[in-house]
Design a protein around this ligand. Sequence first.
Ligand code: GDP
Length: 451
Amino acid sequence: AFRRNQLQTISRAPAQPRKPQKSRENVKDLINLIVVGHVDAGKSTLMGHLLYEMEFVDSRTMEKYKHEAARSGKSSFAYAWVLDETEEERERGVTMDVARVSFETDTKRICLLDAPGHKDFISNMITGTSQADAAILVINGTRGEFETGFENGGQTKEHALLLRSLGVTQLIVAVNKLDTVDWSRDRFEEIKNNLSVFLTKQAGFANPRFIPVSGLSGENLTKKTTEIPWFNGPCLLESIDSFVAAKLPISGPLRIVVSDVLKVQSAQLILSGKIESGEIEKDDKVYIMPSVTAATVKACSNTISNTEQCLAGDHVLLTLAGTFEPDSIQTGSVVVRAGPDTLIPARRFLVRLVVFDILTPIIKGSTAELYAHSICVSCTFSKLNHSINKSNGEILKLKPRFLAKGTSAIVEIETDQDVAIEPFTKCRSLGRVTFRSGGKTIAAGIVENVL
Ligand code: GDP
């Protein structure tokens, strides 16, 4: 009851007067990009080679990787090491950790989410996808391999469904390893035709763009090549450049998702996070949800530009003053302000979801782990409200007894603890949820309403 009163007081507080609206001048639009695809499709090699061609690493370092890779009998992995090295660096230093890998194209800044190559790829992918504006789906074009990745058990479909059900609409399909089939146009078209049907009809991508590439030999990454005379489209880099940035709500309510709590003391807290909406500066008064902890900003810095400008889309490092209980603030907590736009933690909410390829259907009372931005909590499907038509949202069946694979539905979810989430229409990244059970993703969707 005390907490409820406290939340009421916070939400009834007047909106804090904000300084004249800030904007980001002379800065390229930011695209948060995720790279997905079946294991061994060549994600790390492709992105590593692209980064190398963009001079992310110098040629001496690259020679060193090639040499070391050859010596350890894994010469084909040299480009993947460009990303691995960054991974190690990220583990060593705080700044690298939150900055992620970023690079620039002609008109965009690209932030590469969760550099591929992790072991626990799907759960990393979920965290990554929940922040993504756009995606590259890497397909292994080698004969037989595309088919493996695409059939039952392969990850291609699951990744594509996950992206789409979490609200990612822009997709490039990199048909990779085409060097292994002599740049066969027929093979490219075969994959494109098969995959297009699935991506547009089942997953619901309006306009996936297919690009033939080789991550290993480097064709069509940053420049067009003569190897593929039959392809008139853009190279990979040009396609990435033409992604459209999500409109960042700088003037929107403050939402900073905590990605890491770096230091907790009774009166001081240092954390890293991503500003999903709004802006923050020194001396601001904030609250951290769901624990409803009041704090004052003592310092904030943008970990990519190393400046104090901290606006929606930025990764930031915050030093806060207040009274902090150990463990009350965690990865997945959200920094907000008091006022009508504050975030009220939720325990029951409506989700519009898509059910993945599962053997046991979801029934009322089924339990799962719920993933949203950077949180993971236990939850129950407490009501199955109705199943819906994927393409137009029409109600198909009221109160279905179960949800089988492929179904779209509106369901009521209950969590066993308060979580900082809200409707997708209010804040995209706080409104995307994924459900896992028995080590598999069983469904994903967006929060429609908090009850
Ligand atoms: P990931 O698991 O999707 O990140 O795949 P990797 O990037 O680790 O690549 C898996 C294997 O495929 C490695 O041996 C790569 O050298 C190889 N590979 C990646 N891209 C290509 C390509 O375009 N052509 C060929 N022939 N091999 C590739």
